[in-house]
Design a protein around this ligand. Structure first.
Ligand code: ADP
Length: 501
């Protein structure tokens, strides 16, 4: 009896494997961290083979733990860290360089040069992305330019490239399938999100031969047969494939235009489904494809991120040492009626959407002699909600309609105070699901759809475990938001831009 979907969640710091049953309940999970490499300041790499080995290890381990024989696995599903690239030899399967991770800034100069050439608007119109080093295109180009002989090999057709989904499916399929899905393709800055094709003009701009690129397949569908020696003659299909944030959007059942999910982790990632309409943001958000996209039928989302969210709680715990454990913040914040006018702007790394101020720095404002530990902790938690509120406001403005519901997940979404405060400042219902593993769940749901185990209606109707409804008066809300925006304006442009000398 084939009763499980083996979902792989390949993240930036760890590989995870989770086993889901037909009802999409998680039955077992195993996680393994892998090393991060920082060869120079601002550079980030992963060893692709270590990454594959860690993913393979957790897959085998989760089956062992659940005492599940491989032939009970009906399909595999994969959600992955996005934008990170690998280039490898198609004959040997060996990478020619470490994976260049999305966080790596080594191609920032190249992006600046393209901006100087006035190419940003053109790239944005085609890809929905901002011209930035974290997207894949300049990373692939960098490898071809810097590995001896790589360009020649690429021209001869000896090299393949791909994001992490592509690299893992290549290995899972014993080197027989070179594919990616629409969501991952839409993060490369090489993919036209309107025509759903690799864009020849962009390939020429980045000098990347088209033959290196994977075939693009729907996120839900049988894209490869898994040929692992541990599985013997059983070859379950890879049936779900998506970038982690789009997988989470799907896992949250945000299948209708206007529905939004927010993942509260180290940072926050908000995605709003905009349906068949590609909304080009006027507020610094990205336009990206969702896992619902099919050949000839693109489906879009607006995406915005907050750099420092849960990380601010870690900072209070590890640097200021005023918090023993991050979950303690909930009862401490709830023990006082308000912050007494204190605002915390956690702009440790500048501010992202919609402010886009890389010179902003962190600030605590409104301190009085009566300010204590509880006020600072509460102000830090509130800052997570305010920042997400600013991104959500940008989404509402871009789409021209108010938000009605936001679905929350991620580690910090377990904080009830934060969820209630978010509902209050956004004036919008917050729904929190029972299964917070929405990334892996989303990949599993895509596979379940392909297997015919679930329908889109079932997936959209998954009930929330907890709902937070706004309870703040409009007057208090506007007073608090006015204070927050005043605080943001004080932290803005704090650092002096480098003089360039
Ligand atoms: P990531 O996937 O980005 O590593 P997680 O989803 O695991 O993040 O969430 C961890 C983050 O959430 C950490 O930054 C931590 O400080 C924060 N966090 C976890 N639990 C809580 C909580 N109960 N209250 C506030 N913050 C929390």
């Amino acid at each position: 009896m084939q009763e499980y979907i083996l979902a792989l969640d390949q993240g930036t710091t760890s590989s995870r494997a989770l086993l889901f049953n037909r009802e999409l309940q998680c039955c077992a999970a195993v996680q393994q961290e892998f090393p991060q490499m920082y060869p120079r300041p601002g550079w980030v790499e992963h060893d692709p083979e270590t990454l594959w080995e860690s993913q393979r290890t957790v897959m085998i381990e989760v089956l062992r733990r659940a005492d599940c024989k491989a032939d009970r696995v009906a399909a595999l599903a994969l959600a992955n860290q996005r934008e990170t690239v690998v280039v490898w030899n198609r004959r040997t399967g060996k990478p020619i360089h470490n994976a260049i991770v999305w966080q790596c800034r080594r191609t920032a100069d190249r992006c600046e040069a393209l901006r100087q050439q006035g190419l940003e608007t053109r790239i944005r119109e085609k890809t929905g992305l901002l011209l930035d080093a974290y997207l894949s295109a300049t990373k692939i180009q960098w490898i071809l330019d810097h590995v001896a002989g790589a360009r020649e090999s690429a021209r001869r057709g000896d090299l393949l490239c791909g994001t992490i989904d592509t690299w893992l499916v290549w290995n899972l399929s014993g080197g027989t399938r070179h594919v990616t899905d629409f969501t991952n393709a839409s993060r490369t800055m090489l993919f036209n999100i309107h025509s759903l094709q690799w864009d020849e003009e962009l390939l020429a701009l980045f000098d990347i031969p088209a033959g290196m690129l994977p075939e693009v397949v729907p996120s839900s569908g049988l894209s490869a047969a898994c040929q692992l020696s541990e599985f013997g003659s059983h070859r379950p299909p890879v049936a779900g494939l998506a970038g982690d944030q789009q997988a989470a959007l799907f896992g949250q059942g945000c299948l209708e235009p206007g529905q939004v999910k927010n993942t509260y982790g180290t940072g926050c990632f908000l995605l709003m489904n905009t349906g068949t309409v590609p909304v080009l943001s006027r507020h610094g958000l990205l336009t990206t494809l969702t896992a619902q996209s099919r050949p000839g039928a693109p489906n879009y989302a607006l995406e915005g991120s907050v750099f420092i969210a849960g990380a601010v709680m870690q900072w209070l715990r590890d640097e200021l040492q005023i918090l023993a454990q991050t979950p303690d913040s909930e009862s401490i914040a709830a023990s006082i009626p308000d912050t007494g006018g204190v605002y915390f702007v956690p702009a440790f790394a500048g501010l992202g959407a919609p402010h886009w101020d890389m010179y902003a720095r962190g600030a605590l404002l409104g301190l009085t002699r009566g300010t204590g530990r509880a006020q600072v902790i509460r102000a830090a938690l509130e800052s997570i909600a305010y920042q997400c509120g600013d991104v959500a406001d940008a989404m509402q403005a871009d789409r021209g309609r108010p938000l009605t519901v936001l679905r929350a997940d991620g580690g910090a979404a377990s904080n009830d105070f934060l969820m209630q405060f978010q509902a209050d400042v956004l004036n919008c219902r917050i729904e929190r699901p029972a299964c917070m593993e929405t990334t892996a769940l989303g990949a599993a749901a895509l596979a379940a759809l392909a297997l015919g185990w679930q329908t889109p209606q079932n997936l959209a109707a998954r009930p929330a475990a907890r709902i937070f409804t706004p309870a703040m008066s409009p007057a208090v809300r506007s007073r608090l938001l006015a204070g927050w925006h005043k605080a943001i304006s004080r932290a803005a442009q704090w650092e002096e831009p480098a003089s360039g000398t």
